[in-house]
Design a protein around this ligand. Structure first.
Ligand code: PLP
Length: 404
């Protein structure tokens, strides 16, 4: 499409409507959604409670700006901080914006301590967004290339390496915060080690650094709890989220507790749209539904169903290097790059994603039926087997040789 700037290379399929875990083309062909719009539609497509909240709110008031009290926003804020175990929230429009707000909190925390050149520790393989500050925080050169000079004030550390962080603590006096995804998403679906998170929390406390978790992807029920940190037992000072918070209506949130929750004062930060009545109504409907329908608890059940059926069906089992993640944030790392698989999966009418080169990433909705989870696992196994069969040809002598 020549009118669009070339930022994506979309697959050759387009959808006109959806219902639950299914998406439909104009001709009525159905696809099982294993991606949820990249961890966004956790409640599935066209969830009636979200649709009702949106239509009712749209008929009353879509936008009025943060110059005025917004009761829908105050309601969403109360619900979100109570489920997230935080004290205050700033609403914005995306994950990158939520992380920008967190990074500004870190700078203010440093300014309050008269640190002129404050630094935030970030991890290798991290992904925090595409704005200049968040791509600078991201641990992937491909995302940064061409956008230099990067925003300064970041110190990079290897993931799951406590001694590297201890060395930073021993040698730097200008660190003010650590920003990390407790389950790295784009970096290959890697939950960080529990002991590592505990050690980071200790170092943050000892050194008065803010512990900031990016749960833009892992939040809102996806991993089996409202936020992944609630399973890890390590409580951050700052918590960001977005994606599934509005089930597709753009909304992000930067939450905080303790002194970090009181760093922003009027004039420090702002947004025209953030937390407007329509987006807030969506967020409240999502959070109410997650709670009322007990949806986070479905994540581990559906995970097992999906992985069991995948493993029971796959013939080329030695292609799988690792299966990891948490709840319905599933990474299946293969022995080799597999960028072609999402296109190949369309032939089996399933939607999947590949991240970090050779990891199939599955992010199906929490409302998926168990039979659909099993079908997704089975169809993924058939897709991988067919992809490998096409690349290897069994010779008459029974040996295998690469044909492409
Ligand atoms: N942080 C994480 C962990 C993400 O996975 C993403 C998006 O994939 C972002 C931040 C950026 O979110 P957005 O695309 O809404 O700006």
């Amino acid at each position: 499409m020549a009118a669009l700037m070339s930022t994506y290379a979309p697959l050759p399929v387009s959808f006109t409507h959806g219902a639950g875990a299914e998406l439909f083309t104009a001709s009525g062909e159905s696809y099982l959604d294993g991606v949820s719009g990249i961890a966004v539609t956790n409640l599935g497509h066209a969830h009636p409670k979200v649709t009702r909240a949106l239509t009712e709110q749209a008929a009353r008031l879509v936008h009025c700006s943060n110059l005025f009290h917004i009761s829908a926003q105050e309601r969403a804020a109360q619900k979100l901080i109570s489920l997230a175990g935080m004290e205050r929230v700033f609403f914005c429009n995306s994950g990158a914006e939520a992380n920008e707000a967190a990074l500004k909190l870190a700078r203010l925390h440093g300014a309050a301590k008269s640190i002129d050149q404050p630094k935030t520790v970030v991890l290798e393989h991290a992904f925090h967004g595409r704005t200049l500050a968040t791509l600078s925080a991201t641990g992937n050169r491909k995302i940064q290339a061409g956008f230099e000079p990067l925003v300064s004030g970041f110190v990079r550390a290897p993931r799951n390496d406590s001694s590297a962080l201890e060395a930073i603590a021993a040698n730097s006096t200008d660190v003010v915060a650590v920003l990390l995804e407790p389950v790295q998403g784009e970096g290959g679906v890697f939950p960080l080690d529990q002991e590592y998170l505990v050690r980071i929390a200790e170092l943050c406390k000892e050194n008065d650094w803010l512990l900031m978790f990016d749960e833009v992807q892992s939040g809102n029920g996806r991993t089996g709890s409202y936020f992944y940190y609630q399973q890890s037992g390590v409580v951050p000072d700052v918590l960001t989220t977005a994606k599934a918070l509005g089930n597709g209506v753009p909304i992000g949130a930067c939450m905080a507790r303790g002194p970090a929750a009181r760093l922003f004062a009027p004039g420090h930060h702002g947004t025209t749209y953030g937390g407007n009545p329509l987006a807030s109504a969506a967020a409240s409907a999502v959070l109410d539904t997650l709670e009322a329908e007990g949806l986070p608890a479905r994540a581990p059940v559906l995970r097992s169903e999906l992985i069991d059926s995948f493993q029971a069906t796959l013939r080329h089992t030695d292609i799988v290097k690792d299966i990891r993640g948490a709840g319905l944030m599933i990474g299946i790392e293969l022995q080799e790059p597999c960028a072609e698989l999402p296109a190949a999966a369309l032939e089996k009418n399933i939607l999947i994603n590949v991240t970090a080169g050779q990891t199939v990433r599955l992010l199906p909705p929490l409302v998926m039926q168990q039979s659909q989870a099993a079908q997704l696992g089975e169809s993924l196994a058939h897709t991988i087997d067919r992809w490998l069969d096409a690349r290897y040809e069994v010779t008459a002598g029974g040996q295998q040789c690469v044909t492409s």
